[in-house]
Design a protein around this ligand. Sequence first.
Ligand SMILES: Nc1ncnc2c1ncn2[C@@H]1O[C@H](COP(=O)(O)OP(=O)(O)OP(=O)(O)O)[C@@H](O)[C@H]1O
Length: 252
Amino acid sequence: MSSVQVPTSKPVTARGSAPAFFSAWDVHAYYGESYIVQGVNMDVREGEIVALLGRNGAGKTSTLRTLARMSEPELHGGEIWLDHQPLHEMKSWQAARLGLQLVQEDRRILPGLTVGQNLELAQIAEPHGWTIERIYELFPRLGERHEQDATTLSGGEQQMLAIGRALARHLKILLLDEPYEGLAPVIVQEIEKTLQNVKSLGITTIIVEQNAIAALKLADRALIMDNGQIVFDGTSQEVLDNKELRDQYLAV
Ligand SMILES: Nc1ncnc2c1ncn2[C@@H]1O[C@H](COP(=O)(O)OP(=O)(O)OP(=O)(O)O)[C@@H](O)[C@H]1O
């Protein structure tokens, strides 16, 4: 395995300026011949929570996957920087080692393993993040279910475990894809509390969510996507106050 090089001086992006804590610049990505992510730009400050919103099929999940350097969709151009590291030159495992953790919509809970084993497995590769004890302090419900087969957890508990696994790894930025997906309203409230906890920890987060109002309540800033591009970048409050914008792009 090749090691990730840590540059000695701060880089300058192709657009000529030093990147923000996390930046994407002119990012394009394809599924085969399908051109989906069409020149995405974003800057995220350290500690900020950004909601990435848009209609079904706007390209939100594809953008998160591209930023996380998953093999699909395939990056065809642009730059992605995390804390002065060029993620666009890396594969997903290297980006994860540098602290980018993607929690996918299906949560990827490993079958046949307990809650504890799912967390232990997250710490197989260095560098580690939180200890499992600390994760159980944040999510006592997981601690109570340490020995339980993780696939028998409720949807909300599985979401907690997926976030817990990200905390167990080295975490500089958390990418959350539809954390409320498929959860009953009462569980959504529970996950909202979980995410408020994450927010209070000052973890830089990008959250993709169909439930735009829930995401906007949590986020400092909102990016709206349409047809694979960012069409709005402003505060969450601006989106909450702008019905026309919501009607045009979010249908909420
Ligand atoms: N594996 C794939 N192969 C080909 N096209 C894909 C693939 N995954 C997604 N797409 C297409 O990419 C476009 C953007 O999808 P994406 O899932 O990123 O949108 P989204 O904004 O997250 O929507 P949703 O909220 O419905 O999940 C859609 O037209 C979708 O059909």
